[in-house]
Design a protein around this ligand. Structure first.
Ligand code: ADP
Ligand code: MG
Length: 659
């Protein structure tokens, strides 16, 4: 049921941005760079591109770009704007995110991730197709956004006709204005209602449980039409578990009071989950109040902080944490860490309760925590993550001295240096820091350097068909599905796919068997495998194959020569290698730190652990876990890692013992 033209017009005219439309367009017209500041939900993302379109910004055939740090946001706002304009998605209004392009020759308003625009700059450094570039959600300070801002700053003089709009929530706006030499700041007048903050009296031990209890309590004690509930959780897993437990609890309660046996029979509440892992999942219903006195409970990650506006929320429950990618110099790698949010984020979250009426925010942490332990502002991604991708990209864009690139806030010099080092080690840069042939080939793939390298060397190794599958599988989250009440069963199902020496090969095995089932949905359910993830892997595979063909990389298969495949895997991860150190334990060859084998690994529980492994990922909880691990031959490590490992570190006895 889509809204009628009149309804849409009415909604559009009710947004705060509408009241300043003419002035806003004029300011952008008169300045090369404008900073636009406005509360979440004021219409920056959905309205501004349309205002510019109406204002004739596309009349010369140039496009309006609007970048988003998050894929799901790019997709969902494109859908919304297409429907507001009454056009088919992909025609006048389209979106482009990694591995998915929904645009055409007709497209004039293009929503895209900041990463896609960066990659477009590789092919067209002056971004000539665009007449106006809106860098949206700049306050999020995503790594790609900030690199894009630096590029734009350099581009402005060469593209006098280009308009740049940077939109931001109130935090950080002045910083962006300064960065662009005192660009004008345009305020969209806000309209928010007061939100009462309720803190936990005591520190919360289990925030999932606490959130569930709070949600159930609100639902039981207030009228269903007194506002929807929005719960902020850290990541996909927490989101799913929280939603599941709320379903269980409500079913129990309704069973007692109304004799209901299943959650689906409950008629006055609906539960939604939102996270960015699998786009396509966001239901339109989520954005509006449900009809007929129904209450909506939305469990989301920080994607609902500012990127997506969910109307009708009057109760916010904030667990106080989010998942952050953090670079750990000790291990030389990024890892996802559940970290306390900043006070600015906490206020954004709470603010979601007061968009349409006064609301309440339940903070699942104490007031002392908020004011004593939380940072005032989140640390920008560029300050806390690995920059190898970024450095490779900058080098490919012809930025020779990356340390002199105009960053909004320059990253620590140490991080830049270690990225240069890693790229040198992997063969992407030469000793002088110049891009090698391999390096420039690598930049053609929208993947992390190690995966680019694996794909590129797979053709010579004769296993590119297999490697492209493995790389695609590594690019999607959560292949295996582990329902709470059937964990034993699902773990057993998972272990039937295990290839004992390699999690990478296990992934290949899953994909191959799925393919044999003719990509069947039923096969997935039967084996506790996430069908959507596999579909996505298949789509990514298709895209990667296209890039490989374009670059004349031969697609060949070794069949089941797993030895060759493991060797090829080793070529990309030689800097992430470890040596066995006891039961379930390894030590990093590079740093000497202790690493635990993750219990989900196919190698876990093997009586005799392979002496040397490489790993894809490091998970930090109370310990450091290596995930997605493959056993390798120490000779290969010497071959690929001569710069890093001298022969003395490798035990000859191990080599003899190893097959
Ligand atoms: P901002 O970017 O300033 O935070 P938006 O332009 O995203 O604001 O949102 C403006 C309005 O459009 C909000 O009321 C929001 O609920 C609505 N909206 C945004 N996306 C959708 C969608 N996909 N479906 C329905 N309404 C939406
Ligand atoms: Mg927005």
């Amino acid at each position: 049921k889509s809204a009628s033209r009149e309804e849409i017009d009415k909604i559009r005219k009710s947004l705060p941005a509408y009241t300043v439309k003419a002035k806003l367009v004029q300011t952008i017209q008169e300045n090369q760079v404008t900073i636009v500041i406005g509360e979440t939900g004021s219409g920056k993302t959905t309205q501004l591109p349309q205002y510019l379109f109406d204002g004739g910004f596309c009349s010369g055939g140039k496009l309006i770009a609007c970048t988003q740090p998050r894929r799901v946001a790019a997709m969902s706002v494109a859908k919304r704007v297409a429907s507001e304009m009454g056009v088919k998605l992909g025609e006048e209004v389209g979106y482009s995110i990694r591995f998915e392009d929904e645009t055409s020759d007709k497209t004039l308003i293009k929503f895209m991730t900041d990463g896609i625009l960066l990659r477009e700059a590789l092919l067209d450094p002056t971004l000539d197709r665009y007449g106006c570039i809106i860098i949206d959600e700049a306050h999020e300070r995503s790594l790609n956004t900030e690199v894009m801002l630096g590029l734009l700053k350099r581009l402005l003089a060469r593209r006098r006709d280009l308009k740049v709009v940077v939109t931001s929530a109130t935090m950080n706006a002045a910083k962006f204005a300064n960065f662009f030499g005192n660009a004008p700041q345009f305020d969209i007048p806000g309209r928010t209602f007061p939100v009462q903050l309720i803190y936990s009296k005591y520190p919360v031990e289990d925030y999932v449980e606490a959130a569930v209890m709070q949600a159930v309590r609100i639902h039981a004690s207030t009228e269903t039409n007194s506002g929807d509930i929005l719960i902020f959780m850290t990541g996909q897993e927490d989101v799913e578990v929280t939603a599941e437990v709320i379903r269980e609890r409500l079913t129990d309660i309704y069973a007692k009071s109304k004799g209901i046996a299943r959650f689906e029979e409950i008629d006055d509440v609906k539960i939604f989950t939102v996270y960015s892992a699998l786009p396509g999942d966001i239901q339109n219903e989520i954005f509006h109040s449900l009809s007929g006195n129904k209450r909506k409970i939305v469990v989301a990650t920080n994607i609902a902080e500012t990127s997506l506006t969910i109307d009708g929320v009057r109760h916010v429950i904030d667990c106080g944490y989010s998942k952050l990618k953090v670079y750990n110099p000790r291990i030389g790698l990024d890892s996802l860490v559940v970290s306390p949010i900043s006070l600015a984020n906490a206020n954004q979250r709470s603010g979601r309760a007061g968009r349409t009426a006064p609301g309440t925010a339940y903070r699942l942490y104490t007031e002392e925590t908020a004011f004593e332990d939380m940072y005032a502002q989140a640390i920008p991604e560029i300050q806390r993550t690995n920059l190898s991708n970024t450095v490779l990209l900058l080098k490919s864009l012809g930025v020779d001295e990356v340390t002199k690139f105009p960053f909004v806030d320059p990253p620590p010099i140490q991080t830049l240096l270690s990225s240069l080092n890693e790229l040198f080690f992997i063969g992407a840069l030469d000793k002088g820091g110049n891009l090698t042939t391999l390096g420039s080939e690598m930049a053609k793939f929208p993947l992390q350097p190690s995966l680019c390298k694996i794909l590129l060397s797979s053709a010579q190794n004769g296993c590119s068909q297999e490697m492209v599958t493995i790389v695609s599988m590594l690019s999607v989250p959560q292949i295996f599905y582990r329902p709470k009440e059937r964990q034993k069963e699902s773990d057993a199902a998972r272990s039937r796919f295990f290839v004992p020496e390699s999690d990478h090969l296990t992934l290949l095995n899953v994909y191959s068997q799925w393919k044999s089932s003719r990509y069947s949905h039923r096969w997935c359910s039967k084996h506790f495998i996430n069908f959507k993830s596999l579909q996505r892997a298949r789509e990514i595979r298709r895209q990667l194959v296209k890039i490989m063909q374009k670059n004349h990389i031969t697609l060949i298969s070794t069949g089941t020569d797993w030895h060759t495949i493991r060797k090829c895997i080793c070529s990309g991860y030689a800097h992430q290698a470890a040596k066995v150190a006891g039961l379930g334990k390894y030590t990093s060859l590079r740093t000497g730190m202790e690493l635990q084998l993750h219990p989900t690994s196919a190698l876990y529980g093997l009586g005799d652990l392979p002496p040397y492994v490489v790993y894809h990922e490091l998970l930090m909880t109370t310990k450091e876990y290596i995930c997605c691990v493959t056993s390798v031959d120490p000779f290969w490590l010497m071959e690929y890692g001569t710069l890093l490992y001298d022969i003395k570190k490798v035990n000859i006895a191990d080599i003899v013992r190893h097959p």
